[in-house]
Structures are given as C-alpha cells and as structure tokens.
Ligand binder design. Structure first.
Ligand SMILES: Cc1cc2nc3c(=O)[nH]c(=O)nc-3n(C[C@H](O)[C@H](O)[C@H](O)COP(=O)(O)OP(=O)(O)OC[C@H]3O[C@@H](n4cnc5c(N)ncnc54)[C@H](O)[C@@H]3O)c2cc1C
Length: 346
C-alpha cells in the first residue's frame, strides 16, 4: 500500500507544471501517465504569445500569464538542468495596405504599447516570397516541450513518483486506486478527459491540429514568423510549420490533406528548397466557452480537474497551476471564469 497526498493523472504540460509546483511545496505526489503518444503537449509548438494575431487583441488574462511564465519556465529548467524555454521574437507578416492600417489602428486602440512594436519593419531577406513587412510582438517565447516533458519524466522516474501505465477509471474508489491511497486526485488527461466518467459533464470542444517539421538550410531565421501558419526555428536548419485547426476531425480526417494545406501556406511565404522530416498531430483540449476547466468535482470533494487549456497551454498552465493549488490547499476561490462549477450550478 502506497500513501500519497496528490495523485495526478496525466503528464502533459498540465500534469507536469502542477506536479512540479506541488513537489516544490513539499507535497507527496504520484503521477500516472500512459505515455506521450497521445499528448497534445508533446506535439505542440510551445509558443508563448499574449496576442491573438488575427484580430490583434490580447488573449484572455494574457499579461498576467505571460509574466508568470517568464519566471516559471527558467526556474523549472534550472531544476531540471536543461534549457527548454527560449525567448524569441514573434512577427506577424504583413503584405497589404489594409493589414498595415489594421496594425496601426489596433496599436492605438487596444492599445498595444509595451506589447508590440508600433513601427512595421521591411523584410529584406530574399527567401521571403513578397515584400512583407513585419509587426513584432514583445515578450514572446517558445518552450521545447519534448525536452521539458521527457526530462521531467526521467526526473519523476528517478524519484519513483511516476507510474507508466493507463489509468483505469473502473479501479478508482473515493480514496483508493488499486494499492494507492490518496488524499486528492487531479485529472490532467487533456483531450482524453472525454472518457472520464467523473467529469463527463464538461463541455469540451476538441480541436485537432497538425504540424510538420521541415529541414531548410537556405533559411536562416532566428525569429518566429506568422502568416496563416507560423514558422518556428528549432536550430540545425529545422523549422516547425503549423498548425491546422479542425473541430470536425471525428467525422473525417485526412492527414495528407492537412500536410498539403501546411505546405501551401509555407510556400505562400517562402521561396526556398526544403524537405519534410516529420509530421505530427494532437488534440487540443478546447472548451465551448474557451476558458480552462479547473476545480472540484461537485460531489466527490477530493476529485479535481486541471484541463481545458485549449490552444494556449504553455502560456496559461504555470499561473493556473498555482491558482489551483491555492484553491486546494488554502481554500482561495478560483477565478469564476475557470472554475468548472460554472457548468453545474443552476
Ligand atoms: C498542433 C498543435 C499545436 C499547438 N501549439 C501550441 C503552442 O504553440 N502553444 C501553446 O501554448 N499550446 C499549443 N497547443 C495546445 C497545447 O498543446 C495544449 O494546450 C496542451 O498541450 C494541453 O495540455 P494537457 O496537459 O492538458 O493535455 P495533454 O498534453 O494531452 O496531456 C495529457 C496526458 O495525459 C495522459 N493520459 C490521458 N488519459 C490517461 C489515462 N487514462 N491514463 C494515463 N495517462 C493518461 C496522456 O497520455 C498525456 O500524456 C498546440 C496543440 C496542438 C495539437
């Protein structure tokens, strides 16, 4: 029999940051994860960006989340002796006069002072297909999630706080799971949460996304560029290009078509030879009202959820994990927009 304070199900970005924050507070934690094969975090580009680039608005609570992420990831990297957090400028590519006017208008009206550069810059690189200008967002970064998740997994293995298997809901009782006795259980299963019978009332609106990785020695980009797709430099001439969004993937899905879509969008920006070296997909745990799903089960008071991170898990997970812990440990109310009780209160 093993006794723990916190049993965490899932080691995507949600389970990882939550596990780390609890361990940092001296809590006795055990994580169960079936592997990264179906994890959205493992395929995600990991861009940390406060702006909705299409509309040029700030995403929800963006600046609080961004601020927190900037101190959180370097601290976690230091504990794991890795560098997974990379500061990198994110540039919106602008090709028409209308887009330019929109940038100027939004810069004043949002306002974007301190968040994005006011002046647009001409791009002189011959690899760009047209005479683009770039509008730069400040404070952006990307997290090398494969590195972060793999290293945290090794760390958890070494500390004997990881069980690598599928969690079976049929074996769960109020305070026991097989030979484990827990005080609290937190479900961080991402999109797989739709199979969780305890939280089946949560209104997910899952969204599948595809990404390709290309090798392109002619490009020498140091910054991230975004038109319809983003192009993110990984180093060693490798770039991630993505992503697609598809809500109807359960009815039909053609990965070849998605690949074609990404290629066309990449070729609409760049003029150079490249080779596709990888293609991956994942399912974003998005929610109908576009807010995360944190909090306590309505009846089983030691059952919790940390989910619904949608398409901005890297930006939001660190600060939200802290808020969930404050709720569980100190009874501090959750922000009403994330509290999952919004879906069961009449
Ligand atoms: C193509 C794509 C690109 C993206 N790009 C970005 C980006 O640039 N920036 C950004 O912030 N976000 C991005 N996202 C969104 C981001 O991936 C999600 O917000 C985030 O990964 C959700 O993390 P999670 O931990 O909740 O879920 P997941 O990452 O899916 O993790 C869930 C974990 O739980 C495990 N699990 C599930 N069920 C069980 C079970 N029964 N037993 C044991 N283990 C279980 C899974 O194996 C997995 O490891 C992207 C997503 C996609 C698909």
């Amino acid at each position: 029999m093993r006794e723990v304070e916190y049993l965490i199900i899932g080691q995507g970005i949600a389970g990882t940051v939550l596990g780390y924050q609890l361990l940092k507070k001296g809590k006795n934690v055990l994580i169960i994860d079936k592997g990264h094969e179906h994890s959205a975090s493992y395929v995600a580009a990991g861009v940390v960006n406060p702006l909705v680039l299409k509309r040029l608005t700030l995403s929800w609570r963006a600046l609080e989340f961004l601020d927190f992420a900037h101190s959180f990831y370097p601290e976690l990297d230091e504990m794991l002796s890795i560098q997974s957090f990379h500061r990198a400028k994110l540039n919106k590519l602008i090709s028409s006069e209308d887009e330019q006017l929109f940038w100027e208008k939004r810069w004043h009206s949002v306002p974007l002072d301190g968040i994005a550069e006011r002046e647009l810059e001409f791009l002189k690189d011959k690899n760009f297909k047209t005479d683009f200008k770039k509008g730069s967002v400040k404070g952006t970064a990307w997290v090398d999630l494969k590195k972060l998740l793999n290293t945290f997994r090794e760390y958890a293995r070494d500390k004997d706080i990881l069980i690598e298997e599928t969690f079976d809901y049929l074996d769960l009782e109020c305070r026991n799971y097989r030979n484990i006795v827990f005080e609290k259980i937190i479900f961080c299963e991402g999109a797989s949460c739709t199979s969780n019978p305890y939280f089946d009332f949560l209104p997910f609106s899952l969204n599948k996304g595809e990404l390709i990785t290309i090798k392109c020695p002619a490009l020498n980009l140091k910054e991230i560029y975004k038109k319809k797709v983003f192009v993110l430099p990984l180093g060693n001439d490798l770039y991630r290009v993505g992503a697609t969004y598809d809500r109807d993937f359960e009815k039909q899905y053609d990965a070849q078509l998605k690949r074609k879509e990404l290629i066309e969008q990449f070729e609409a920006i760049f003029n150079c030879e490249y080779e596709i070296v990888n293609q991956e997909s994942g399912i974003r745990p998005a929610v109908k009202d576009r807010r995360p799903l944190l909090g306590q089960h309505p009846l089983l008071k030691n059952f919790y959820s940390f989910n619904g991170l949608g398409s901005r898990g890297c930006l939001m997970a660190p600060k939200l994990s802290e808020e969930l812990i404050d709720f569980m440990e100190n009874g501090v109310d959750l922000n009403s927009e994330v509290d999952l009780n919004r879906f069961y209160q009449s």
